[in-house]
Design a protein around this ligand. Sequence first.
Ligand SMILES: [Zn+2]
Length: 454
Amino acid sequence: MISAAIYVRISSDPRGEGLGVARQEADCRALAARLGWTVGGVYADNDISAYRGKVRPAYERLLADIGAGRVRALLAWHTDRLHRSPRELERFVDLAERTGLQVQTVQAGKLDLATASGRMVARMLGAAARYESEHKADRIRSKLAEVASAGRPHGGHRPYGWEPNRMTIREDEAAVIREACGRVLNGEPIRAIIRDLNGREVRSATGLAWTHPTFRKMLMHGRHAGLREHNGREIPAAWPAIVPVETLRAVRRVLDDPGRVTTPGRGGRLHLLSGIAVCAVCGASLRVNQSKGMEAYRCKASGCVSRRRDRMEEFITDVVIARLSRSDAADLLAPEDDGGARAQAAADAERVRQRMDEAADSFAAGAITGRQLETITARLRPQLAALEEAAAPPPDRASVLGDVVGSGDVAAAWAALTPDVRRMVVRLLMEIRVHRGRRGPGFKSEGIEVVWRR
Ligand SMILES: [Zn+2]
């Protein structure tokens, strides 16, 4: 059995990622397996361009080992990994001829340096590689220029939260953005936030009252988290962030959620438990509809379960007031202690984002194909989504519950809350699952399962 050396080299690798080297080696090993060769050793040069004429330590060691008869067969991804100047090629051809070296490449097949025609093929490949190398340098330069310019802002209207130069934060508006993000994450409907801002005469960048589409679009913009978006890719921007990137992503998830109820029910508001209580049979959420002249929460998917609206709301209200009246209710205000899990998820998410960036860079540098980039991205995207969800900022419990818990009379404080805030309180405290009830008339509180969130 022939024992072969593998030579790998990555060029055009300004960040020294080594990604290309790993793939070259994997492809060479696969080729060795097909040829029935074993792999005796790997020689790797990274981030050194042969075209610039620098010394390649592993390459020099390889030539020495070939000359000494320690390497008799060689695998490379392409001849352009081995040599890029005619002078290097001639040196390699001399050595191969003298030692009877066998050379196989993944891309160009067998390199037969023992015959004149084989050497001619090698020289042509070398000339092509040199041409390619010169062009690649141009391509990378223009790509880098593009990325660099992409990190800077476009021109246009002054965006909300920013000075006209689009790089400096306008603090009073940034405070509104932070506040609105917090309220969205606490479960407050975006329409209620807009109503409140317009009521406080907080105006948009053009001095107009906020509308639903303009406010939603503004709040979800990547620039607030220091991201420049370019052709569907996120690039770290040259400006500072108003909110952490986890906050932005969590806000986007909430506002993008198609299951989210954005249109208030009859009377201009949502019922207390619509979209919060879920059907224990099928998992769908409950909503209020009329049945036999009476309003009831029903499973909105298949009507598996149903309860009278008034009695159901009374029951949950009693449970909430009882919980918030307990002597240990102040414990509910403390931020959740997740044992660092959230921070860990945020760090892991950042690493996945970096890997996606690196893959995109490799694609830009021609080291991987668009298809490979798609495969990598498709694999990483669900991981990233799950990690970002785990890293999402927790609801601000103190701001939602503080007024009620701190009041002397919990029932009165609850009654004074707006419907939207009551829904936030319920959502923060509990999950509600409604099972099928016993048959017969009257309200059945059994089968209403309250799961405390902490
Ligand atoms: Zn159901």
